[in-house]
Ligand binder design. Structure first.
Ligand code: PMP
Length: 309
């Protein structure tokens, strides 16, 4: 597995050793950063690396930045070009995870968003499997999801990930693979870093974007694929016990991909193995992210055959 050698930092691609911030950095002290997780998938037949839905990820980053009053001097297209250049410099020939992060970069004390500089960094590392394959055993967390009027989950804010980390580690220490987090009103929000889908009577159901979830790009992809396959999809509030009674439950995320949940709170879900609707969607997703489905090829940006700027 290759190691990353570069980062985009303070306006240029530099050796990773030079991409360091001060302990006084405002974003480090107060969690006032916004970030993205993007993946690029290696296609061995074409000898090409494809970045998946890069533009949508950068548009989401810019929306998150607006919530934290950050004025970044880059468009989504600029950030895409920088990313392609970084990946070419790295020369990766394997699956990659890309992490852009924008943060309040002034080195001074004082909790606020206004009158602070901000900066943006991007690095990319070889991808490692995020969740166990084959089937996830999950628990409903005792931690509740952050509310839109406390720390908006819709924006991918670094400080909000304390909430995800509390839930994830509680689940891990209790012997589970993943946490499912409820809202303050007791309904299902999402996993610690994944959106959630369930199947009831053949209909695919997922909590709405007003349920204090991140508006996931994999979620959006799955909804589009389900519609293309003629699978009915509904976005609506989901009760905790609907999870127990579902025929299928699965999680979606850039890192997780599509991951089947086979047990929740020690109750077996469906047949206790990946279900048929999940399997259809997952198999299609796995092919299309590598550019192997012409219909969805527009979502895949080639790294090496794209013209350099
Ligand atoms: N919810 C949370 C809290 C997340 O951190 C992520 C990962 N970015 C997701 C959902 C899934 O979003 P996406 O499909 O865009 O990766």
């Amino acid at each position: 597995m290759a190691k990353n050698r570069f980062a985009f930092f303070r306006g240029a691609i530099r050796p990773i050793e030079e991409a360091k911030i001060s302990v006084m950095t405002s974003g480090f002290n107060y969690g006032t950063g916004v970030f993205e997780g993007i993946r690029a998938f290696w296609n061995a037949e074409e000898q090409e690396l494809f970045v998946f839905r890069m533009r949508e990820h950068y548009l989401r980053l810019l929306r998150s930045a607006r919530v934290l009053l950050m004025d970044l001097p880059y468009s989504a297209d600029d950030l895409g070009q920088i990313t392609l250049e970084l990946l070419r410099r790295e020369g990766y020939r394997e699956d990659v995870y890309i992490r852009p992060i924008a943060y309040k970069s002034s080195e001074e004390i004082g909790v606020r968003l206004h009158n602070l500089e901000c900066d943006l960094a991007i690095f990319a590392v070889p991808f490692q499997a995020y969740l166990p394959e084959g089937g996830i055993r999950a628990m409903v967390s005792s931690w509740r999801r952050v509310e839109d009027n406390a720390i908006p989950a819709r924006a991918k804010i670094t400080g909000a990930y304390v909430n995800s980390a509390l839930a994830k580690t509680e689940a891990y220490l209790a012997g589970f693979d993943e946490a499912i987090v409820l809202n303050e009103d007791g309904q299902v929000a999402e996993g610690s870093a994944e959106n959630l889908f369930l199947v009831r009577e053949g209909t695919l159901i997922t909590p709405p974007i007003t349920a204090n979830i991140l508006e996931g790009i994999t979620r959006d992809t799955v909804i589009a694929l389900a519609r293309d396959l003629g699978i009915p999809v509904v976005e609506r509030p989901v009760d905790r016990t609907e999870l127990y009674l579902a025929e299928e439950v699965f999680l979606t995320g850039t890192a997780a991909g599509l991951a089947p949940v086979v047990e929740i709170d020690r109750r077996r879900i469906g047949a206790g193995k990946p279900g048929p609707i999940f399997t259809r969607l997952r198999d299609l997703y796995e092919r299309l992210v590598r550019g192997k489905e012409p219909r969805y090829r527009a979502w895949c940006t080639p790294v090496y055959s794209a013209p350099a700027r």
